[in-house]
Design a protein around this ligand. Structure first.
Ligand SMILES: NC(=O)c1ccc[n+]([C@@H]2O[C@H](COP(=O)([O-])OP(=O)(O)OC[C@H]3O[C@@H](n4cnc5c(N)ncnc54)[C@H](O)[C@@H]3O)[C@@H](O)[C@H]2O)c1
Length: 504
């Protein structure tokens, strides 16, 4: 929607007592935040008029334009998402999209949900490029357009020191360019990291969940607290006030690094179990009975995916060294990232051994493209690591995923929504995603479509119990992360046992 139309709507909304909130960045976080703000109400009246602002490029215009027609800019299999967005855009008309930075000047609150990527070569964690200057440029733009006194909250995941050392100075610079005396009227900047979880509880994971905040000063922190309290269910999930923006930045990084490290930890036990003929899934279940200390132990799997867990553990060391000037070796966090990144390649090593290194021309099927069941986000999926490695070795790769029509990061791989079409004629199948929706049909499909000499890698323990005996009898090899206990195909039937002998 264009600027003048939004300006009129915002003025009318403010006249009716609504606060005007601008959400910067309409990605996975921004969409959920905008939807939540738009549905927030008190005594039956909508609290906010929400403007979603994205970049003025093709992708940004498409996201903002989606709101004009009542569609969500991103997909989540949360049934409430499309309903909330449609209703807010088309009925209550308190959610609009645009790409004109002047829209920032209409806002009482700006919520920044833009991305901050970590760029690095695979296999190392020392040389990192984190474009904090790009984030600073966005804050300068906000400062240049916003009215003095506007609260700016940042929800993106940031290296420690970004708010106080990078973003606040940029915001002040932008305000000064407008001629604002920032000493007399300092901008309000708060950090309120996001825990949104794409999937069926996407919208609720923003406001029906624990939220934390901090400000560059107490006025900023108070303003953020009051703003969050308007739309977060604080009766059930009280807010956590951090002592500084650095502490809040650290909390988010620690949370995700902890999870990434726990996942990496299980990898060495997976290898041990495979060699020892043990079912690690069963062992972990037996350990998980110790409630409170061991009940969230991770299970083996293909790897870690998604935008956050593959990068956040590196942002702490980066922030410490580059922004705060303090040494930060962080060996566990760095090792976790490298272990998790290597994990999917074990599948490829098994496949290579199975075929004696001769993969050229073989059809390989990737079952599940995204990093998490129920999402269509293809960023940093373990499937991509497997598919790339198989293509490099000459395989013809096909993929199945019911939620993906085009694989942006790997457009050379055709994605079908028909699992039989992906698997038919394949000599290699890698089950990349433990989507419960696959369970009812996958084992039978593989038994029907695959023939002797094929190999199935089942890193998540999806089909092994249903298929192992049948596969062993028919000379189809099976390789499962963390399991060494299932029947193997006989050596005479196929070269597949080589894979198992080698990994043991
Ligand atoms: N995806 C998640 O589940 C999740 C969860 C918690 C935190 N986070 C963090 O939140 C941040 C955003 O993540 P995301 O997954 O939504 O990213 P995303 O890439 O899906 O969305 C970012 C959006 O911001 C827009 N953008 C970038 N620069 C802009 C600018 N200068 N002006 C206007 N728009 C701009 C992009 O075009 C894009 O639409 C990241 O720091 C991420 O680590 C993500």
């Amino acid at each position: 929607m264009d600027y003048s139309k939004i300006e009129q709507l915002a003025r009318a909304a403010r006249g009716q007592g609504q606060q005007v909130v601008l959400v910067l960045g309409l990605g996975f976080v921004g969409t959920a935040v905008a939807g939540n703000l738009a549905r927030a109400e008190q005594n039956g009246r909508r609290l906010f008029f929400v403007i979603g602002l994205d970049r003025d490029d093709a992708a940004g215009r498409e996201k903002a334009g989606a709101l004009d027609v009542g569609r969500s800019p991103t997909y989540a299999n949360d049934p409430s998402l499309e309903r909330v967005i449609r209703e807010a855009c088309l009925d209550s008309k308190n959610l609009v999209g645009g790409v004109d930075p002047r829209l920032i000047g209409l806002a009482d609150v700006v919520v920044s949900c833009i991305n901050l990527d970590v760029q690095r070569e695979a296999g190392q964690t020392e040389k990192l490029v984190v474009p904090t200057e790009g984030y600073a440029a966005a804050m300068r733009m906000v400062g240049q357009h916003m009215r003095p006194g506007t609260l700016v909250t940042v929800e993106s995941t940031l290296p420690m020191g970004t708010c106080d050392r990078v973003l606040y100075p940029a915001l002040c610079e932008g305000q000064a360019k407008q001629g604002v005396d920032v000493a007399a009227k300092p901008p309000k900047l708060a950090y309120c990291y996001e825990r949104v979880m794409p999937g069926p509880d996407y919208l609720d994971s923003v406001n029906n969940f624990w939220r934390a905040y901090a400000g560059v000063d107490s006025a900023s922190a108070d303003a953020a607290r009051d703003f969050l309290a308007l739309y977060v269910n604080t009766a059930q999930f009280p807010l956590w006030r951090h002592k500084s923006t650095r502490a809040a930045e650290m909390a988010k990084l620690l949370e995700n690094s902890y999870r990434a490290t726990n996942i990496a930890f299980i990898e060495e036990w997976s290898k041990l179990a495979e060699g020892a003929g043990v079912d690690l899934f069963d062992v972990i279940k037996s350990v998980r009975v110790r409630k409170g200390t061991h009940d969230n132990m991770m299970l083996p799997g293909l790897g870690v995916g998604g935008y956050c867990l593959t990068k956040d553990a590196l942002l702490a060391a980066y922030g410490a060294e580059k922004l705060l000037g303090i040494p930060a070796e962080m060996p566990f966090s760095r090792r976790a990232i490298l272990t998790n990144e290597r994990m999917p390649l074990r599948a490829v090593e098994w496949i290579e051994r199975h075929f004696g290194g001769r993969l050229a021309g073989l059809k390989a099927a990737i079952v599940g493209v995204t990093y998490r069941p129920g999402v269509n986000d293809t960023r940093s999926t373990p499937s991509e690591i497997v598919a790339r490695a198989l293509r490099e070795r000459g395989c013809e790769v096909a993929a199945y995923d019911p939620l993906v029509t085009h694989w942006d990061e790997l457009p050379q791989v055709a994605v079908t929504q028909d699992p039989a079409a992906a698997v038919r004629g394949a000599k290699i199948v890698v089950i990349c995603l433990p989507d419960p929706l696959y369970r009812p049909f996958l084992a039978d499909l593989l038994k029907k479509e695959l023939g002797p000499g094929a190999i199935v890698v089942d890193p998540w323990n999806m089909v092994v119990d249903a298929c192992a005996s049948d596969f062993a009898a028919r000379g189809i090899a099976l390789a499962v992360y963390g399991r060494g206990d299932y029947p193997k195909a006989a050596p005479s039937a196929a070269p597949s046992t080589a894979a198992h002998a080698a990994k043991a």
